[in-house]
Design a protein around this ligand. Structure first.
Ligand SMILES: Nc1ncnc2c1ncn2[C@@H]1O[C@H](COP(=O)(O)OP(=O)(O)OP(=O)(O)O)[C@@H](O)[C@H]1O
Ligand SMILES: CC(=O)N[C@H]1[C@@H]2OC[C@@H](O2)[C@@H](O)[C@@H]1O[C@H](C)C(=O)O
Length: 397
C-alpha cells in the first residue's frame, strides 16, 4: 500500500491532474463520464473538459436499480448485491470510454465516482428526530479501483452530512469554483430528474452563495410516460405540448409541505413519485380521466412553478444571468414556460460558460476529487454548505 500512498502524494502535488468524473442521476438514463484536465485548487482551479460521453444503461441495469430505487422498504439483500455490482458495471463503462478515446488507464490520475443514489432521506423527509440527515449511494469505490487500476474517490455525500449538511446539492462547490464572476451575478439552474439552482452574486465570497434543490425536474414526467406510454421520456415534449394546463391539478401538486419549507432544502423521487401525482389528482377536483397530454403539460408547469417560487427568493435588486443544464434544458416546453414565468431572467445553457450542459454534474465530482487531494478547507463554508474534503479514497493493489 505504501506505493499507492506515495503515488497519491505525487498526484496531490502535481500541477495538473487528469480526473474522470462520473455521475449517474435520478433519471437512470446512463452513466455520464467526463474526462477532465484540472490544475490548481480552490479559487485557482482551472478545468478543461477533454472528453465527455453518456453511456446509456440497458434495461437490465435500470430494472435492477428500480427494484430498490427510492423505496422505503427495499430488500436488504438486493441493496447488498447492488453495491459491488453497480461499481463493477460502472468500471466496465469507464474502461470502454477510455478505449473509445484511445487512452490508457495508466494516464488517469483519479476516478471520481458518485455512484447511484438509491435513497435520499434528509431529516425533514424521514421525520425521526433521533436520526440524522441520511443518503445512500451504491457503487463501492474499492471495486472501481480494483477493476480499473485507478485510484478512486467515491461516496462524496457522507462527509457533507457529517459536517452538518444534507448531502446535497453539492453543485454549489463546482459552480463556485468554475463560474463565480466578479461582475456578473449568475444563476446555475440544473433541470435533471430533480431540479436545483446555485446563485452566485457578482464578486461574492462563498458564504454569500445560495444553493438548493427546488423540486421535480423531469422525474414525474418520466415516471408517467414510462408507466402509461412505454416511453423513456417525452422527447421534445411532443406529447405534453398537445395538452393544456389543469389549474386544479397544478394547485394540488404545489400543495405539499415541501414547498412551504424554508430554503435550502433537498429532495428526491422518495417524495416526488407516482403516488405523489395520484394523491394530487385525487384532491384536484379534475376527475380521474384527465388525458395524458394534459397531465404531462401540467407536470411541466409544476416543474417551472417550483423554479419560479424558488427564484422569488433571490435578490431582486441586481441583474442576474441564468445558465441552464441537465436534460430539462433540452425540453422546449419547459424552456418556453420558464421564459414566461421569469420574463426578467436572461438565460442560455452552460455551453455559454464553456461547459457542455449534460457534463456539468460529472465535472462537479472531478472537481470535488481534486479538492479532496489538493484543496484546502480555507475557502470558508457554512452549515448548509460546509467546505470540507469530500469522498473516500480507494487504492488499487
Ligand atoms: N430532448 C429532450 N426533450 C425532453 N426531455 C428531455 C430531452 N432530453 C433529455 N430530457 C429529459 O432529461 C432527462 C435526463 O436528464 P439528466 O440526465 O439531467 O438527469 P439526471 O442527471 O439523471 O438527474 P439528476 O440531476 O436529478 O440526478 C430525461 O430523462 C428526460 O426527461
Ligand atoms: C441525493 C442525490 O443524489 N441528489 C441529487 C439529485 O439530482 C439532482 C438533485 O437531486 C441534487 O440534489 C443531487 O445531485 C447533484 C449532482 C448535486 O448534488 O448537486
Amino acid at each position: 500500500m505504501k506505493n499507492s500512498i506515495e503515488k497519491l502524494c505525487k498526484i496531490a502535488n502535481k500541477e495538473s491532474r487528469i480526473i474522470i468524473g462520473l455521475m449517474s442521476g435520478t433519471s437512470l438514463d446512463g452513466l455520464d463520464i467526463a474526462l477532465c484536465g484540472i490544475s490548481g485548487s480552490g479559487r485557482e482551479t482551472r478545468a478543461e473538459l477533454m472528453e465527455f460521453v453518456t453511456l446509456p444503461y440497458g434495461s437490465v441495469f435500470r430494472e435492477r436499480i428500480r427494484e430498490v430505487f427510492a423505496k422505503k422498504d427495499g430488500a436488504l439483500e438486493k441493496v447488498c448485491l447492488l453495491h459491488p455490482w453497480i461499481a463493477r458495471e460502472h468500471a466496465g463503462m469507464v474502461l470502454k470510454a477510455l478505449e473509445d478515446w484511445g487512452r490508457l488507464p495508466a494516464e488517469i490520475d483519479i476516478v471520481a465516482s458518485h455512484g447511484q443514489t438509491v435513497y435520499h432521506a434528509p431529516r425533514s423527509f424521514h421525520g425521526y428526530r433521533e436520526f440524522p440527515n441520511a443518503t445512500l449511494q451504491l457503487g463501492d469505490g474499492d471495486h472501481m479501483a480494483e477493476i480499473t487500476g485507478i485510484i478512486t474517490i467515491s461516496d462524496f455525500r457522507q462527509k457533507h452530512i457529517a459536517a452538518g449538511g444534507e448531502g446535497a446539492p453539492l453543485a454549489v462547490y463546482g459552480d463556485y469554483l468554475l463560474f463565480m464572476d466578479t461582475t456578473e451575478s449568475r444563476l446555475l439552474l440544473n433541470m435533471g430528474g430533480i431540479s436545483n439552482l446555485t446563485f452566485l452574486p457578482a464578486g461574492g465570497s462563498f458564504d454569500k452563495v445560495f444553493c438548493t434543490d427546488i423540486g421535480p425536474g423531469n422525474t414525474l414526467m418520466d415516471a408517467y410516460v414510462q408507466k402509461y406510454l412505454g416511453l423513456p421520456y417525452d422527447k421534445d415534449a411532443r406529447i405534453a405540448s398537445r395538452g393544456r394546463l389543469r389549474e386544479g391539478l397544478l394547485r394540488s401538486l404545489m400543495d405539499d409541505p415541501f414547498f412551504r419549507m424554508p430554503f435550502p432544502k433537498t429532495t428526491g423521487p422518495e417524495l416526488f413519485n407516482m403516488d405523489y401525482l395520484y394523491k394530487a389528482i385525487k384532491s384536484s377536483g379534475e376527475g380521474n380521466d384527465i388525458p395524458h397530454e394534459d397531465i404531462l403539460h401540467t407536470l411541466a408547469h409544476f416543474t417551472v412553478e417550483g423554479i419560479a417560487q424558488c427564484m422569488a427568493h433571490l435578490p431582486g435588486d441586481m441583474p442576474i444571468k441564468g445558465y441552464v443544464s441537465g436534460g430539462g434544458a433540452s425540453n422546449p416546453l419547459i424552456l418556453q414556460l420558464l421564459k414566461k414565468a421569469c420574463p426578467d431572467l436572461q438565460f442560455s445553457d452552460t455551453s455559454a460558460l464553456g461547459l457542455h450542459p449534460d457534463a456539468k454534474e460529472a465535472v462537479l465530482f472531478a472537481l470535488l476529487a481534486n479538492e479532496m487531494v489538493s484543496g484546502s478547507t480555507e475557502t470558508g463554508g457554512t452549515v448548509a454548505y460546509p467546505w470540507v474534503g469530500m469522498g473516500k479514497i480507494s487504492l488499487p493493489q
